[in-house]
Design a binder for this molecule. Structure first.
Ligand SMILES: [Zn+2]
Length: 215
């Protein structure tokens, strides 16, 4: 599998592409504010863009979608609950073929109802549900967000193979990627034993960060 993480401007956004080495078919994920750069890199690899996938409908993630829809035959892919009229709308646990690869979509609401993670050959693109050492925001700044759904989505991701690689939607952590196993033992939010403890940490995150010298 061909795979690349690309810094995409905005709020340290990450764009990605996933490609099948044999057929040179590719999916772009969250091209964000760097569609030209993603496009140039994909062309250098002689990739044909089949899909433009959004982990969720926040503007910083979908900003670069139209660039690809205007220039390629790519089909836009989003969760079925997304407010944008994506041509392909996916459900939880649905697979999408990409050459010889299969992309698996996991519906992971909490930060926003239409959030999906994309799993391809042991790599999990976690968008804004799980960052390295951190998690996505909820509250009044994030319409439709729901801490309980976020907790349940995170518990679900923790049940994946610990070797699963975590590739987040923003460069907010100490490293640009991680694994489920590492996050289970190091991410303060995944170390919470109960939902109440989780809520308490979210409410006191600023102090926690200061106390533990987390940037
Ligand atoms: Zn977001």
């Amino acid at each position: 599998m061909l795979f690349r993480q690309i810094p995409a401007g905005g709020d340290r956004n990450f764009a990605y592409w996933i490609g099948d080495e044999a057929t040179r078919e590719a999916a772009i994920v969250d091209p964000s504010y760097a569609p030209e750069r993603v496009w140039t890199e994909a062309q250098a690899e002689r990739l044909a863009v089949r899909y433009v996938i959004s982990t969720h409908s926040h503007p910083d993630h979908i900003a670069g979608n139209d660039f690809f829809l205007e220039r390629t035959q790519a089909v836009e892919v989003m969760h079925e609950s997304a407010p944008r009229a994506a041509r392909r709308r996916v459900k939880d646990n649905e697979d999408l073929p990409l050459g010889n690869l299969r992309l698996r979509f996991l519906h992971t609401p909490g930060h926003i109802p239409d959030h999906v993670c994309v799993l391809a050959e042991g790599k999990l693109l976690t968008g804004d549900i799980l960052f390295v050492g951190k998690i996505g925001g909820t509250g009044p700044n994030f319409p439709g967000s729901d801490p309980r759904a976020q907790w349940e989505s995170l518990q679900r991701l923790m049940r994946l193979d610990p070797a699963t690689e975590v590739w987040p939607g923003h460069d907010y952590g100490a490293a640009p990627s991680s694994t489920i196993g590492r996050e289970i033992t190091a991410n303060p939010f995944l170390l919470c034993k109960t939902f109440e403890e989780f809520l308490h940490l979210k409410a006191n995150w600023a102090e926690y960060k200061k106390l533990h010298q987390i940037r």
